[in-house]
Structures are given as structure tokens and as C-alpha cells.
Design a protein around this ligand. Structure first.
Ligand SMILES: *Cc1c(COP(=O)(O)O)cnc(C)c1O
Length: 968
């Protein structure tokens, strides 16, 4: 129906709710058709039949009305402009950097990269897997270690994970003490102390020399130190090894292009952040941390590791290695609770290294070192002494009583310095520092014109290396980044094409729907993404004086308030960097709450069998014992079993961690009863908020019994998955837990107590991606947020209805409907035909689709979550693919086709397959690679055939293969 707009008033023509209709896939006509398919008259009826009445919200969300894209962007710009862009010399692990424009536009701002999912389906993820393998190679080279993982959340948590790994790994030293050198970044110390407290370790912070002779299972040293000192750690590390202490070194990638590597000095683990390799500071994140380690530790290492394997044609192919170490399989015995990590930022940083190459990186580092030297010489001439003789980019200047005066003079010149102790000032130079700025700094310390000839000083320093801060014995003399990948793509054209080549191997949301249950792959709208790269958000150091970050403060407050409204909680902490970290922060808050009441005996965490693996892994990290609660035949938490566990453990119960609606895809009727039962014995209820996409505006966890929840902003609130991160996992809490939210030692988080501990290196986690969720809620507003939830439930029920006659839907709610996702039970089909869930996942690639979540939470199932953003056309296309596949299975069931020679068993099909001269399969080339009509218009070819996981784990290779191996 076309509308006649001639008689419409201006207000109607402005079309203010346009964004809601852009975000939501189905239009009104499609929604009506879909409801009709379900035999329902309205969306309201659908919600009545799916969401239990006792938890349904009666009132509309107390949010503002929806804003248009233009209005929301303008409002946010006004807020952002309250941030002041001073020059930062603060250092402490955060440095300004030039993001190469070719990477900014083609990776950070490109949905082909940022909307992809974690590479669990490697045949359609070889591009980002190659990026991550390159990242590991870069870390291996620069740290001098045997192996590296594919990224960690931030430097602080990487240090904490290193501590935990050293404890697991060190069987020879039974001490519970972890030593931390006092020149480690203070935020790292805070995160390590919090982790140690809940593991039951003692942290000793002392001058590095005291490591020798201290009985401890592990130690953390920083190189260069937080105040800039560079020193050879070889002797200290070998003395530590003599006393059976494992040593972790926190280091800096740019420094390592020039400095002797920690590996060469004997380190067992090397960690740090990649931020200064072309990732904006962003007021604290997101950035990727790195984690290099000895080969002997590989089974015990945290995080994802990319490994090289082969496909069925013997071709080199990449995949995530040794998944058996992870929380999905080992649960409370997992190496770590990390799930979502920092893939996008890891690949950005390695692209920076690839673009600059080893020579370019060294040139950047030498320039930084020279500017630092010039500053040091100039300051000495002004009569100032530096604390350390040997340094790379950071000076700690003894200024005595003039500390405050100098700091203020710098501020007046829009320069941020670091206050160190009572009488020193820290200055850290970075890639963006100019000679003019060095001159400005010298002026600050000269109370006027420094009057020095800096050109002459430069000439002198470049001819006389003896006066430099980096003495010869500390310089590395091994070659770095020798692999061709770091020595090929230095022109912008070459780089652009390399990035495109990798991108085009992968399936992301800009190609087709990614129906991943539990992971909520919805639209990441461009208007939401645009503010992320505004300098007003990107260029702020996280420890910037808070009066310069008023825009951020205002944005945080508004976002916290909107999230409180959406969840029904009383307070929100924005610190946790992923859902897993939110779980940890929430459990820590629960522990602190009980401690405040003297209830120290509560150490049991009840977890239903259907829980995500991060839940038990997080419980273990706070020292709680996991007691599993069974599910009944309908997929619901078995309340009888729950009650018997409650009777058995009573006052030892700290909490239950329950996902709602459950990972089985139903709104359990018994949720309020469950919450009441746990509350009755004084326990707390942690509601895992990963499924908030089924709740916002319809029911609020803070109102139906939850005490605390994390929200995966990269699921429900539109932060893109980035190919496996970044994410954000803020927690909402009820009033009584509010006093126990995470704090920060450098930048005070309003309303928090430092005794609560610190969860992330930065006070507000990955602050610079929070504008995404802010934009989303502002543009959807009061009416849009609830509507999105209802449409997500409609889409899921439509898919369940269309597929239900062909694949059994494992669990349904009381009235026969599912929540916002559904589980297809493939076990009967497997029984009858031999076809596995993996065959179906791989066959979907031939249709251009990413598989649904496989075998979680029930083995032998697929979990489909279409989200509200997919139109009916796209849902129909996906269902058609699934129905074609169902027919292929039927042919195997009937004996018409043999399983071992079927298209399903051989999927996915590559160009290598169909271009073979001698095609001898039982099916046609057309059926192999164009099994549906739409593939004639456009197709993404899986770039490798099915990958051999077992081979890859048996022959673990986590560094880049030679070019010849790629060609084979
Ligand atoms: C995604 C997810 C998590 C973990 O969140 P991350 O952000 O990946 O750490 C926890 N629980 C459930 C149910 C999830 O789906």
C-alpha cells in the first residue's frame, strides 16, 4: 500500500521512529504473515503465550521516546565534545598512536571485520584466523617465547591469568605467595590482588630485587618498569628459577622491537597490551592483551590458541586449537573463564605491524627513544635528575617540591603528566609525540623559554649513542618479524588488497544471518558505530584528570540509567570487559556482601546442568564449590532436585547462577519459585543476562527475583562481536549489592570502595564502545526496545514453526512456544542416517550460512537464534536451506544415497572440489556448491575443505607456516 503524503503534517513526514523500522527486519506485512503462520492474531497474544504472566512487566519502559539517527548522533556529539583532548604523557601502558588510515577504514570501520563471530566454524573464517595466527607470530617474535595465544582481555587480567597459570603449572613449589615487583603498573597490581584474594593467594609487592630469597610460586616483573626503568632481568629470573619460582614479565611491544626479549632473559610467561600498535586509547579500551608462554605450558594456558592443521584435501588450514582446555568442555576445571576476547583489536595491531614491517616499527621505536633522550638531556641541563639512567620512552623526573606547580603549568598548556609519589613526575613519549611537544615540555620545566638548540642536540645524540637511555647490552640483536607476511604489504595498495583478501574468506553479518543461539548476532547499526572513532572518545587516556572527561561521565551515567531501566536493577557497574568478567564481578560482590554480614560459610554455587561453561568456571575463580542442579525432561530446572540440594546444603549456599530465559530456549514457569527457594535459605540469585534479548521491556530480572546479572552488551545491546571480541559485560545489581561494585586504584569510580577490588585494568572497561549501546537505546527508545524483544520472540517462533515438522524442537514452553531461540534435536536423525550436527553445520556453508550454535547446551543439537533484525525473507532463505538439507538426510535414511559419499559428509565444497577435472562424486557439481537458487546470484566460497581437528591438536603449530606450506 503506497501512502499519500501530500496531506501529512510536517511532524509525520519527519519519520522520527525510522530507526526502529531499520533495526527490525520484518515490516508490518511480514509480521502479520508470520503471526498467521503461527495461528496467532497479534504479537500481544504471542507474548501472553510465551512469557509467564507473573513475571511480565505491566508498565512501559521508563525510557525517552525514540530518537532519529540524526538526532541521537547530534546529542551524543554534544556530550562527546565535553571531553577535552589534552596531550597525554601519562603512559602506564596507554599511549597515543596513529591508527593507519587503511586499517581504520577497512578493518575498524568495516562490518566485514567487526560483525563476524568467533571462528568456531573455521572453514568460513580463514581470514580472521590468518589475522590471529599472524598476531600470535608477532607476539612470539617480539616476546621471544615459544607460543602465544590469540588475545586476552586487557593487561591486568592477562597478568592475573598468568598468575593462575603459574600456580597450575608449578608443581615443585607449594607456596601460596605471588610476588609482584613494585614497579608494575598500579592497575595491574590491583587486578592481580583481587584475583589472588579470591583464589586464596598472598600477594607480596616489593622491589624486584627482593624476589631472590622470597618463597613464592610465581612472580610478576615489569619490563620496562612503570616509571620507565629498563634493566636486564636475566640474573633475577635465573635466581627465581633456582628457588622454583615461575616468572611472568609484563612488557611493551614497541620497546620490544629494540630491547632484548624477555624470552632471551628466561621468562616463563610474557604479557602486556597491544594498544600502542595502532589501537586508540579510547579512555581504557577495548584493546587486546597478549600472552606468550613456554611450549610446556600449552595445555594449561588460558584463552584461545589458533593452530595450523590440514583439510580433507591435505591443504593447510587454520582453526582454534585445543578447545578441550576451555570452559565449554572443562567447566569448573577450565583453565580460565574467558570466552569473548579481543579478536578485532588483536588483528588491528598485527595489521599495524604488517603495514609498518620490522623496519618501520624499529624506526618508530627509535624516534620515540630519541625524543625521550632529547627530553632527558634537556631536563638534566635544566638541573633536573631522572630516577633511572636506563630507559626507553618513559622518564621519571625528580622535581621535589615543585611537583604540583609543574603539573599545573603543564595542564595550563593542555598537557597531562603523571604524578609519581610526592616528588616525581612521569613523562611517557609515544609515536604521536612531536619535536614541538618536546620543546613545550622543556618550556614547562624551564618556567618559560628553554632556549636550547634542539636540532643541534639531535645531531649530537645521533652521532653519540653513548648518551642514550638504552645502553648497548640491553638492545636485542636477533631479527624480528622475519616471516614474509611482515615484509610484503608495505604499500597502501598491497595492504588494502591483503585486508580484502582475508575479509572475503569469511562470512560475517554483511553477508547473511548468523543464527547463533545465545550469542544474539543482531544488527550493529552504522549510526551506532560512528561515534566509536570520534577523537573525542578515542583519544582520551583512561587516567586523564576526570574534569577533562565530563563527556564520558555523562554518557556513562545515562547509559547506566538506561540499563537499570531495562533490567530493573538499582545500580550498574561498567567495568567488566565481557560476560565472563561480569560473572566474576557479580560473584565477588556476592562474596563481599556475605563477608559484610559475617556469613563466611557460604561457599556453594548452584548451577543448572544447562548453564554456559563460563558460569562454573567463574564460580571456581572466586573459590566457590559448584553443585549441579539437574534439568527435567522439559528442559526446566528440576525444582525437586533444586529443593533437595537446598535442603542438603542450606546455609552453605552462596548463590544460584541461572540463565533466563534458559539456554534451552524457554521461559521457565518456575523461575520465581526458584528465586524464592534460594532466597529462603539466605542465598543470592545470579541471573545470567546473556538472554536479555528475550526480556528487555517484557520482564526485568531485577524485578522477578535476580540480585545481580551481567549484560552482554555485544549480544543484546548491539556492540558487534568483532570476530570474537571486543565485548562488554557490565553488571546490574539490587540495592544491597550496590556497596560492593568494582573500584579502581587510579581513577576513582563514583560510589565504590577500593576494598571491593578491581576487575579490569581500566575503570570503565572498554569505554569507547559504550557509545554503541547508548546510541542503540536512544534510537529505539521506550517503544522500540520492547518491540525488538517481541519481534525476536516472533522470529524465533516462526523459524521453530517452519522447521519443527522436519527437525524436532527439543524444548517448548507451557503453551507450545519457544522464547527467542530454539534447539533442533538432531539425535534421532543421526541415529537413522549417521548424519551429524557437524555435517549439517558444514553443509550450511555451501548455502552461504554460518551454522547455528552447535551442541550447546545439549550435545547433538543446533541452537537457532534469528534475532529481531532478520527479515522474513532472510528467515525463509535460511529455512529453505535447512529443508533442502533435510531432504538430503532423507535420501540417506532411505538408502538412496550412501552417507560416506553424500554431499553432507563431504561438505563444505570448495572451488578446488568443483574445478577438479575428474568429478566422480555421487552428486553433481551444481548440487555440491549451488544447492539453492540464490547462490547463482552470489556465493561466498569456503576457502578450505573440512578441517581435521585431531591432526591439528596432535601436531600443534601456532606460528605462521611458510608461504610454501600455504601453497601446497
Ligand atoms: C555468551 C554467554 C556468556 C559469556 O559471555 P562472554 O561475553 O562471551 O564472556 C555467558 N553465559 C551465556 C548464557 C552466554 O550466552
Amino acid at each position: 500500500m503506497t501512502q499519500d503524503f501530500r496531506r501529512a503534517p510536517l511532524a509525520e513526514l519527519a519519520h522520527h521512529d525510522a530507526f526502529i523500522q531499520r533495526h527490525i527486519g520484518p515490516d508490518q506485512t511480514q509480521a502479520a504473515t508470520m503471526l498467521n503462520t503461527l495461528g496467532l492474531d497479534s504479537i500481544a497474544t504471542l507474548i501472553e503465550k510465551t512469557v509467564p504472566e507473573k513475571i511480565r512487566s505491566q508498565d512501559a519502559l521508563a525510557l525517552e521516546p525514540a530518537k532519529s539517527e540524526v538526532e541521537a548522533l547530534a546529542e551524543l556529539k554534544t556530550i562527546a565534545c565535553k571531553n577535552k583532548l589534552f596531550t597525554s604523557f601519562i603512559g602506564m601502558g596507554y599511549y597515543d598512536t596513529h591508527v593507519p588510515n587503511v586499517i581504520l577504514r577497512n578493518v575498524l570501520e568495516n562490518p566485514g571485520w567487526y560483525t563476524a563471530y568467533t571462528p568456531y566454524q573455521p572453514e568460513i573464517a580463514q581470514g580472521r584466523l590468518e589475522g590471529l595466527l599472524n598476531f600470535q607470530q608477532m607476539i612470539i617474535d617480539l616476546t621471544g617465547m615459544d607460543l602465544a595465544n590469540a588475545s586476552m582481555l586487557d593487561e591486568g587480567t592477562a597478568a592475573a591469568e598468568a598468575m593462575a597459570m603459574c600456580k597450575r603449572q608449578n608443581k615443585k613449589n607449594r607456596s601460596d605467595v605471588f610476588f609482584v615487583a613494585d614497579d608494575t603498573h598500579p592497575q595491574t597490581i590491583a587486578v592481580v590482588k583481587t584475583r589472588a584474594e579470591h583464589f586464596g593467594f598472598d600477594v607480596l609487592v616489593a622491589p624486584a630485587e627482593q624476589l631472590t630469597g622470597t618463597e613464592c610460586f610465581g612472580a610478576l616483573l615489569q619490563y620496562p618498569g612503570t616509571t620507565g626503568q629498563v634493566r636486564d632481568l636475566t640474573d633475577l629470573i635465573s635466581a627465581a628459577h633456582e628457588q622454583k619460582t615461575l616468572v611472568t614479565v609484563a612488557s611493551d611491544l614497541l620497546a620490544l622491537t629494540l630491547l632484548k626479549s624477555p624470552g632471551e632473559m628466561g621468562a616463563d610467561v610474557v604479557i602486556g597490551t597491544n594498544q600502542r600498535f595502532g589501537v586508540p586509547m579510547g579512555f581504557g579500551g577495548p584493546h587486546a592483551a597478549f600472552f606468550g608462554f613456554r611450549d610446556a605450558f600449552k595445555r594449561s594456558a588460558p584463552g584461545r590458541i589458533i593452530g595450523v592443521s590440514v583439510d580433507t584435501r591435505g591443504k593447510t588450514a587454520l582453526r582454534m586449537a585445543m578447545q578441550t582446555r576451555e570452559q565449554h568442555i572443562r567447566r569448573e576445571k577450565a583453565n580460565s573463564n574467558i570466552c569473548t576476547s579481543q579478536v578485532l583489536l588483536a588483528v588491528m595491531s598485527v595489521f599495524y605491524a604488517i603495514y609498518h614491517g620490522p623496519e618501520g616499527l624499529k624506526r618508530i621505536a627509535e624516534r620515540v627513544a630519541r625524543l625521550t633522550d632529547m627530553l632527558a638531556v634537556g631536563l638534566r641541563e635544566r638541573g633536573f635528575d631522572t630516577l633511572h639512567a636506563d630507559y626507553f620512552d618513559t622518564l621519571c623526573i625528580k622535581v621535589g617540591e615543585s611537583q604540583q606547580a609543574l603539573y599545573q603549568t603543564a595542564l595550563a598548556n593542555k598537557i597531562n603528566l603523571r604524578l609519581v609519589g610526592e616528588d616525581c613526575i612521569g613523562i611517557s613519549v609515544d609515536e604521536t609525540t612531536t619535536l614541538h611537544q618536546i620543546s613545550q615540555l622543556l618550556n614547562v620545566f624551564s618556567a618559560g623559554d628553554h632556549g636550547m638548540d634542539l636540532a643541534a642536540l639531535d645531531a649530537q645524540l645521533s652521532s653519540d649513542q653513548a648518551s642514550a637511555g638504552l645502553p648497548e647490552p640491553l638492545r636485542r640483536n636477533d631479527a624480528i618479524l622475519t616471516h614474509p607476511v611482515f615484509n610484503t604489504y608495505h604499500s597502501e595498495t598491497e595492504m588494502l588488497r591483503y585486508l580484502k583478501q582475508l575479509e572475503s574468506k569469511d562470512i560475517a553479518l554483511n553477508h547473511s544471518m548468523i543464527p547463533l543461539g545465545s550469542c544474539t548476532m543482531k544488527l550493529n547499526a552504522t549510526a551506532e558505530m560512528i561515534p566509536v572513532t570520534w577523537p573525542e572518545f578515542g583519544k582520551l587516556h583512561p587516567f586523564t584528570p576526570i574534569d577533562q572527561a565530563q563527556g564520558y561521565q555523562q554518557m556513562f551515567e545515562q547509559l547506566q540509567q538506561m540499563l537499570e531501566t531495562c533490567t530493573g536493577y538499582d545500580a550498574v557497574s561498567l567495568q567488566p570487559n565481557a560476560g565472563s568478567q561480569g560473572e566474576y564481578a557479580g560473584l565477588v560482590a556476592i562474596k563481599k556482601y556475605f563477608a559484610s554480614k559475617g556469613e563466611f560459610e557460604r561457599d556453594i554455587c548452584l548451577i543448572p546442568a544447562s548453564a554456559h561453561g563460563t558460569n562454573p568456571a567463574s564460580a571456581q575463580m572466586v573459590g566457590m564449590k559448584v553443585v549441579v542442579v539437574n534439568c527435567d525432561s522439559k528442559g526446566n530446572v528440576d525444582l525437586t532436585d533444586l529443593n533437595s540440594k537446598i535442603t542438603e546444603h542450606g546455609s552453605r549456599i552462596a548463590c544460584i547462577m541461572v540463565t533466563y530465559p534458559s539456554t534451552h530456549g524457554v521461559f521457565e514457569e518456575g523461575i520465581t519459585e526458584l528465586c524464592a527457594a534460594v532466597h529462603n535459605v539466605g542465598g543470592q540469585v545470579y541471573i545470567d543476562g546473556a538472554n536479555m534479548n528475550a526480556l528487555v521491556g517484557v520482564a526485568a530480572p531485577g524485578k522477578f527475583g535476580g540480585d545481580v546479572s551481567h549484560l552482554n552488551l555485544h549480544k543484546t545491546f548491539c556492540i558487534p562481536h568483532g570476530g570474537g571480541g571486543p565485548g562488554m559485560g557490565p553488571i546490574g545489581v539490587a540495592e544491597h549489592l550496590k556497596p560492593f561494585l568494582p573500584a579502581h586504584p587510579i581513577q576513582a569510580v563514583p560510589g565504590t570502595d577500593i576494598a571491593n577490588g578491581t576487575i579490569s585494568a581500566a575503570p570503565w572497561g572498554s569505554a569507547s564502545i559504550l557509545p554503541i549501546s547508548w546510541m542503540y537505546i536512544k534510537m529505539m527508545g521506550r517503544e522500540g526496545m520492547a518491540h525488538a524483544t517481541k519481534m525476536a520472540i516472533l522470529n524465533a517462533n516462526y523459524v521453530a514453526k517452519k522447521l519443527g515438522d522436519h527437525y524436532p524442537i527439543l524444548y517448548k514452553g507451557a503453551e507450545g512456544f519457544v522464547a527467542h531461540e530454539c534447539l533442533l534435536d538432531l539425535r534421532p536423525l543421526k541415529e537413522a542416517s549417521g548424519v551429524t550436527e557437524e555435517d549439517i553445520a558444514k553443509r550450511l556453508m555451501d548455502f552461504g550460512f554460518h551454522a547455528p550454535t552447535m551442541s550447546f547446551p545439549v550435545p547433538g543439537t543446533l541452537m537457532i537464534e534469528p534475532t529481531e533484525s532478520e527479515s522474513q525473507e532472510e528467515l525463509d532463505r535460511f529455512c529453505e536451506a535447512m529443508l533442502i538439507i533435510r531432504k538430503e538426510i532423507a535420501q540417506i535414511e532411505s538408502g538412496e544415497v550412501e552417507y560416506s559419499t553424500s554431499a553432507l559428509h563431504n561438505a563444505p565444497h570448495t572451488q578446488d572440489d568443483v574445478l577438479e577435472d575428474n568429478w566422480q562424486r555421487a552428486y553433481s557439481r551444481e548440487q555440491a556448491s549451488r544447492p539453492a537458487a540464490w547462490l547463482r546470484a552470489h556465493k561466498v566460497w569456503p576457502s578450505v575443505n573440512r578441517i581435521d581437528n585431531v591432526y591439528g591438536d596432535r601436531n600443534l603449530v601456532c606460528s605462521c607456516p611458510t608461504i610454501d606450506e600455504y601453497r601446497s
